[in-house]
Design a protein. Structure first.
Ligand SMILES: Cc1ncc(COP(=O)(O)O)c(C=O)c1O
Length: 425
């Protein structure tokens, strides 16, 4: 008799071979080396299972797609019921689902953000934001920040602050200017009469979970107002409750002119994104109602899912849980920081958006593997391998927080015993 584990391993090997042959051999090699070559199978709540049956607490969640947990039953039920009557819908026509979601988004976003353009993904939402800023202001210049990440579509890619993503595709969109993050003076210095907008992630995600100093966003807001420049905040990772507020900019009492939302808006079930803006900017679309179209943007099924997701976050007090569980993590981090000062330099955090700053870039991949061996998915960030991003679902329990902290503690112990930690690279 064959061991069922052997046959599951065979299925896994075949999937890896097919993936390598038909999708990306280097992705398979890199993920295998980092110890995270799982073939995602069962998914539930805070966890995911490899096809061989190994369970992981998912602290990566596709950088914040799964705020309501994986396969949340309430969201699945909403989608199942919708499938009895609806489909994607036709983008040129109107629907109650689109109208309901746009109204709901205007209620949950800060200040006077009352209008929405729907899209499918985050990059598309950023592209729309930049198009709107240029179209409304009739000015070309966009200011973005070093280490920024806004997606890989045309305008969004032009605002990414990492050369290796940009260089193969140059020339990119003209008139994009890079400044350091968390430096309001640099923004003021870069503004000219041609500047349409400043685009920022409220907290930089891929750049290494960089939380701005408390005066940064209020200062940037003031500078934008003084110079009549639009402020675009990208809340694609930070939004939908991740940091303990529905949107991270609320921590600093700052409302942008345009905000992008994606990832967890789709409840981990259906892709949908939104570019939300002040009513005054609607002036741009009045003469051009069809100037920006997206066939699948704001699909009716996606709108139902997004409405169910917002309702779930509100009804189940996930903002409060994000704050409480974030504090529980913080207490554990403080202990671990004191035990391994040579390996772990600091932890940057707002709610359940957390970044472990290791002492150098070689630690990120090694720790990813050690976490995975202990049943935790925690991967270093795209722009900085010396930072591990922890973004578990907001439904995480105290026991699961402790499980992740124990995995961190044990992994750090093992790493310090192994040695071989190079100097900063
Ligand atoms: C802050 C931010 N903006 C934009 C994007 C792009 O979103 P998408 O991959 O859905 O295009 C991401 C994706 O990680 C992101 O983190």
């Amino acid at each position: 008799m064959t061991d069922p584990k052997d046959s599951l391993q065979k299925i896994k090997d075949k999937a890896l071979a097919d993936y390598a042959r038909h999708i990306s051999p280097m992705k398979v090699r890199t993920l295998t080396q980092a110890g995270v070559n799982l073939i995602e199978d069962k998914r539930e709540g805070t966890s995911v299972w490899d096809i061989t049956g190994k369970k992981y607490i998912d602290c990566m969640t596709g950088a914040g797609i799964m705020n309501v947990g994986r396969r949340n039953p309430d969201i699945i039920n909403a989608l199942k019921q919708a499938l009895d009557r609806l489909d994607i819908g036709v983008f040129l026509f109107m629907s109650k689902q689109k109208a309901d979601l746009a109204r709901k988004i205007s209620e949950i976003t800060p200040g006077n953000l009352s209008c929405t353009v729907f899209g499918v993904g985050g990059g598309e939402a950023v592209d729309t934001a930049i198009k709107l800023a240029r179209g409304y202001s009739m000015k070309p210049e966009i200011i973005y920040t070093d280490k920024a990440y806004h997606g890989h579509t045309g305008f969004a890619l032009s605002a990414i602050g990492r050369d290796s993503f940009r260089e193969p595709f140059e020339p990119l969109m003209p008139r994009f200017k890079k400044v350091p993050y968390n430096d309001a003076k640099a923004i003021e210095g870069a503004i000219t009469d041609d500047t349409a907008a400043v685009i920022l992630e409220t907290i930089q995600g891929e750049g290494g979970i960089n939380v701005p100093s408390d005066d940064y966003l209020p200062k940037v807001r003031r500078i934008c107002d003084e110079h009549d420049v639009l402020l675009i905040l990208d809340e694609i990772q930070t939004g939908m409750g991740r940091t303990g507020k529905m949107f991270a900019c609320e921590h600093w009492g700052v409302t942008p002119d345009i905000m992008t939302i994606a990832k967890s808006l789709g409840g981990g079930i259906y892709p949908i994104s939104a570019t939300v803006y002040r009513e005054e900017l609607q002036d741009f679309f009045i003469p051009h109602p069809f100037v920006h179209l997206s066939t699948f943007g704001g699909a009716d099924l996606g709108c139902v899912v997004a409405l169910a997701t917002i309702e779930y976050i509100q009804k189940n007090n996930l903002l409060e849980n994000a704050t409480k569980m974030g504090d529980r993590f913080r207490n554990g981090f403080n202990r671990i920081l004191a035990s391994f000062p040579d390996l772990l330099l600091e932890v940057r955090q707002k709610g359940l958006m957390m970044g472990l700053q290791y002492s150098n870039g070689s630690i990120g991949p090694r720790m990813t593997k050690k976490f995975a061996e202990r049943g935790v998915l925690a991967v270093y960030t795209g722009n900085d391998p010396s930072v591990c991003r922890l973004m578990p679902s907001l439904v995480i329990t105290p026991e699961e927080v402790d499980f992740v902290l124990n995995a961190l503690d044990d992994s750090m112990k093992e790493l310090s015993e192994e040695g071989g930690i190079g100097k900063n690279d």
